[in-house]
Design a protein around this ligand. Structure first.
Ligand code: SIN
Length: 301
């Protein structure tokens, strides 16, 4: 298990979008949006939020009080929502609202987890990139948070691409990567799929290693999860070596920032240009988060 440094930056370069204050949280990614109640936003405020989302990739809204229908209704302003994916055991964990995915370490009265991902580390990933058409964004709302740990890290895939050494950048633009479907980001094997025996034939979705963001037209690296990834057409050893080099250069700490959660935080990320991970936390504490996903389009180079 790996815990990464939680860095903070003093608020600076704040800007106004309509009547909202947007406060950047790190050099490449993340901004806090101040002065908004997400249960009651005007069309102008929504436009300002959308603009800030494209600019900062991840938005943090503090002190929100969102029921599941309110979370669904805010998220749906960005587009049609996905229904919650089945968990690693093939079960739906949010029968009341099929758009809500529960992320939690808490166990119900039947002794089974009420949500996904437990209390361990979740590795860097793009949500659902093991599918041909991953969501364009996700919104994660904190209902209960532990006193320490469980911070969520975000990384700019624009900065990751721009920061690659020139030779690697030239090479990566023509690659396609298979994003493994067998493990979730907590490393748990999905029960309906066999363990990987050959990276060349294992299940997953193919995506360009660099895609063009359909709204900003900026190139972004598109990596998914490291484990069991495979570069099309290469010998497995060569694919592993190249993937290691891309991941090492592309996931430098300076490209990201970690969010320390408070109850009532809503964090909205652009899944097309931001990767995320989560620090582990003490599993004797409760962490309950509700997530929605906005339908996306197939990544294109
Ligand atoms: C996720 O990977 O979608 C969840 C992140 C978190 O639990 O903070």
């Amino acid at each position: 298990m790996e815990t990464q440094t939680v860095s903070t930056m003093p608020p600076q370069n704040a800007w106004l979008a309509g009547d909202l204050e947007i406060v950047p949280l790190s050099k490449h990614i993340g901004a806090e949006v101040k002065g908004v109640d997400l249960t009651n936003i005007s069309d102008d405020q929504f436009e300002a939020i959308h603009e800030a989302w494209l600019k900062h990739l991840v938005l943090v809204f503090r002190d929100q009080d969102l029921s599941d229908p309110a979370l669904i209704s805010f998220s749906a302003r960005f587009g049609e929502l996905d229904l919650a994916p089945l968990d690693a055991n093939g079960r739906s964990n949010a029968p009341a609202h099929r758009e809500i995915t529960v992320i939690s370490n808490v166990k119900g009265s039947d002794g089974k987890p009420i949500g996904a991902l437990g209390a361990g580390e979740a590795v860097w990933h793009i949500d659902m990139s093991y599918n041909p058409v991953p969501p364009k964004g996700s919104a994660l709302y904190a209902l209960e948070v532990p006193p320490a740990g469980g911070e969520t890290g975000f990384l700019s895939c624009y900065a990751a691409f721009e920061g690659l050494p020139a030779e690697l950048k030239d090479r990566v633009v023509s690659l396609a990567i298979k994003h493994d479907a067998t493990l979730n980001s907590a490393g748990i094997q999905r029960s309906h799929l066999d363990a990987v025996s050959d990276l060349r034939t294992s299940p997953g979705a193919w995506h360009p290693a660099v895609h063009i963001h359909p709204e900003t037209n900026r190139p972004a690296i598109y990596l998914g999860r490291r484990k069991h990834a495979y570069i099309e057409g290469l010998q497995v050893e060569e694919s592993e070596r190249l993937l290691d080099a891309i991941w090492e250069a592309g996931t430098r700490e300076e490209f990201g920032w970690h969010h320390s959660w408070r109850k009532g935080d809503l964090v909205l990320w652009d899944n097309r240009c931001a990767m995320h991970r989560r620090n582990p936390f003490d599993g004797s504490n409760r962490r309950v988060m509700h997530r929605t996903q906005i339908k996306g389009s197939k990544p294109q180079h």
